[in-house]
Structure formats: C-alpha cells, structure tokens
Design a protein around this ligand. Structure first.
Ligand SMILES: [Zn+2]
Length: 469
C-alpha cells in the first residue's frame, strides 16, 4: 500500500487465552459455550475476603511463550492491580502486570517483542436486542456472563516495527502458529482466544520522531486486521495532508462498511492507578521451572521453516507454508519418513494437490518416487493419486492395473504422435508455421490415446521434430 511519502509505524498488542483447565486465580473450570454463570466462585465474582491463587500451568505457558519469542524471563516479576470500573469487572480492578512483566526484549521473525505479561480476562457482556429480551429485563438490556471472567491471558506487545497491514497479518499468522505449536492456546480468533489491537501512526519517510498513534480495537480475523490497518493509515494520511492533527483515540473498524469510528479517547497508564497486588507474592521462576518449560517446547514454526529451507532445500515459500500449517507439516514429515522421495518433490505434492492429504504417507512417498524415477508421468500420477485418495492401495499396482506406466518405448509414442498429426491436419499446419498455441488438440489426442502415460514435454518435442519446427 502506497502512503505517498509517509511511513507506517504499527505496533501490535495481542491477547491470548491460555488453554489451562482452570482460571488464572481460582479453581473454576474454563469453558466456551456453556450456560452463563455456571463457572463462578467467590474469587472470580470478587466476594469480599476471597483471595487469589496463581495457576501454575498458566505460568508455565507464559514462560514458554516468552522463551518461544526469544525473550528474557524476568527473575522476579510483579502482579499489579489495574483499576477501572466496568460491569464485566466485578473487583473494579484487573490483576495484570505493569512495570516488571514476566518477559521482555524478544523477537519473532522481523518484529521485535517489547514485553509479554500475564493477566486475567474480563467477564463477557451480552447486549440484548429489543426482540431478544429475556424475562424481567427491559428492552436492550445488557447481561453479564462471568464464565469468562478470570480466564488466564497472556498479553504480547510488539515494538512498532510493522510497516503495513499485510505485514501485520503475516506476522500474526506466524505468532499464531508458534503459540499453537506450544499448545498454550486454541488461538481461535472467532471464539476470542486470540485477539489483536493495533497501534497505528504515520510519519514522513525518513523521520525519527513518531506521529500521534490511534488504537484499533479487537479485530477478529486476520483479513480484518489487514483491512482495518490499511483503512486507518489512509485516514491518517488524508488528515495530515489536509494539515489536520491525528487525535490519540481508540477506534473501531467496521469490516462490513470499511468505516472507522471513535470509541473513546485513549486512557493513559496513570488513569489506572496501578499498584502492586497485595494478595500475591512476586513471581520468581526457579531454575527448575525454566528448564522444564524449555524442555517442553516443541520445534517452533520459525525453526522448522529454517530447517526445511536450509537442510532439506525446500523452496522458501513452500518451507514457510509447511512450517506454519501444522497438518501439512505433519503429512510432509510422515511422507519423507516413509520413503525415498525427495523433500522438494514431496513439498510440491503435499501443498499443490489437495487429494494428497487423504492418502497414506507411505503410498504418497512411493508415488512421488515413481514420478521422480520417470516410471510414471506427473499427469498419470495425479490419476493414481485420485484412486489412492478414494480407495487406498498400492500405487505401483494401480499403475500396472490401469496401464498408467510412463511409455518407455519411444517407437510406440512416435506412432501415436503421427496419428495425432494425421487426425489434426489444420492444427499441424499452424504449428508448422510457428503457431505453437495450436498444439493443444494434438497433445490432447496423444494423452487420450496413452491414458496420460506420455510425458508432455517429450510429446511436444516429437511434434516439433516431425513438423520441422
Ligand atoms: Zn472462580
């Protein structure tokens, strides 16, 4: 996206709901889609005198996310109270981390990580429409479901290194696949277990000083994030070009209309009157906890991409796709482990052919190896793939039974090419005169006659040879 002499400066704030069994500070079970207010207790409903207890699994996930993002883990971080009143927040404060977060100074891909900290989610407000009102409530009432209140969250804040909506989208996909690989969250944007805000500003190209930023709130799909950021960048550029100032505020992007509206003026940190949570001790992970968290980390997408590209010589775009899509990556690994086919060819088939995903890895490995050995053409192999996906079996036997083996006898192929030329005299004339686009029906004839067993390149070569072209 062109910004006419301006540079975009974008920082991302991501909230991830952790996949623990229970809430951050009490024993209530996490749930999604259960009846409202069935997972509550005095702690998450903020009854007077109730005391929080930190969830150990949430801490381990937090540390793992920090490590996976290349951060330094703080030897001693502090929980704070972030004070604000809202109906979804019964304590009138959220337990979060403030000046000493769990992890700082990391990097994922090209984007630096400012901080990673632990906190708790708010409850969920359900706004009733006039027609959907329930017994006893007025029209348009708002109801509170406390099931979500107290769900463990990790907040990840990037440095303002992102330069476009497209880059934000791609980076968030990498972040999502990284957290998914750890198993720390479902990272499902539709269900709200991954939520993203973007701080957006522009400045003249080459300038060091940052422009006034706005905050785009709660965009719930990767596509909307890209579109929302680009729309906000365009809005800011227009303002600045008209000589007007950008106001620091919180904004909402409506993906249906593409419009941006103001939600409220932006709070400053001092509005929240942060102070240390007196009911919790500082979080000081032991060496054992750190070692355990590190040992439980799987190979992460970034590392996997690097390994595929450098050790297996898989082309970059394919290496990236396999590394970031866990299902594709697993199939790729299984096919490689099962047979002699080369990684580049396996990557091609796994990514390029949807039906490959329904085939036994060993069968796919055998088929790809047959293509590489010239025993079957790519085109015939696709037919074999279809049969394998449908009813399984042994690729070599299918090739044999269906007569799909590559033609090794070039005399036979020559004879078929001659018949093809005889059957298409007009096209043959055109090809002879240099009109190669007329070759289609001739090749089609050969392919039909050979059931796709002929190699397309070889057929083209023979046709040209016979026509003296
Ligand atoms: Zn509870």
């Amino acid at each position: 996206m062109s910004l006419n002499g301006y540079e975009a400066v974008i920082g991302l704030e991501i909230h991830v709901q952790l996949r623990t069994r229970t809430k951050m500070f009490c024993g209530c079970e996490l749930s999604f889609g259960d009846d409202p207010n069935v997972h509550t207790c005095p702690v998450c409903l903020a009854h007077p005198g109730s005391l929080p207890v930190v969830n150990a699994q949430a801490i381990q996930y937090g540390i793992q996310i920090g490590l996976a993002l290349g951060c330094e883990i703080a030897p001693r971080s502090i929980f704070h109270r972030k004070n604000y009143f809202y109906p979804d927040n019964p304590k009138a404060y959220q337990i979060s981390q403030y000046d000493i977060p769990l992890a700082i100074n990391g990097r994922l891909g090209d984007i630096r990580i400012h901080r990673v900290h632990l906190e708790e989610d708010a409850a969920k407000l359900v706004h009733q429409s006039e027609s959907g009102r329930i017994h006893g409530s007025g029209a348009g009432a708002s109801l509170v479901d406390f099931n979500r209140g107290g769900t463990p969250l990790v907040e990840i804040v990037s440095e303002p290194d992102v330069r476009s909506g497209a880059e934000a989208r791609e980076w968030l996909q990498l972040l999502r696949s990284t957290i998914k690989a750890i198993g720390a969250s479902d990272v499902n944007m539709e269900e709200g277990s991954l939520r993203c805000d973007a701080n957006v500003s522009i400045r003249p190209e080459g300038a060091q000083e940052l422009g006034t930023k706005t905050e785009l709130k709660n965009m719930n799909s990767f596509r909307f994030i890209e579109r929302g950021i680009d729309a906000e960048l365009a809005r800011q550029r227009e303002l600045v070009e008209r000589g007007e100032a950008v106001t620091q505020e919180t904004l909402h992007f409506d993906p249906r209309s593409g419009s941006i509206t103001s939600l409220r003026s932006k709070e400053e940190a001092h509005d929240y009157r942060y102070f240390p949570e007196p009911d919790l001790v500082p979080l000081a992970p032991t060496d054992e906890m750190l070692a355990e968290a590190r040992a439980a980390l799987p190979e992460l997408p970034g590392e996997r991409e690097e390994r595929y590209a450098s050790e297996l010589s898989v082309p970059d775009a394919h290496a990236r796709q396999l590394a970031r899509d866990p299902e594709l990556g697993e199939l790729f690994e299984a096919v490689l482990a099962a047979g002699p086919a080369s990684p580049g060819a396996v990557a091609n088939w796994v990514i390029g052919e949807a039906q490959a995903r329904d085939v036994e890895p060993a069968a796919l490995a055998a088929l790809v190896a047959m293509v590489e050995d010239g025993k079957v053409t790519t085109q015939a192999a696709k037919q074999v793939l279809g049969k394998l996906a449908e009813s399984g079996g042994d690729p070599a036997q299918i090739v044999e039974a269906e007569g799909l083996g590559a033609m090794e006898d070039s005399g036979e192929l020559e004879e078929i090419v001659e018949r093809a030329l005889a059957a298409h005299p007009d096209e043959a004339e055109k090809v002879k005169a240099g009109g190669m686009q007329a070759i289609g029906p001739i090749i089609g004839f050969v392919m039909r006659e050979t059931k796709g067993a002929a190699d397309g390149k070889e057929v083209t070569r023979l046709v040209r040879e016979k026509l003296g072209n």
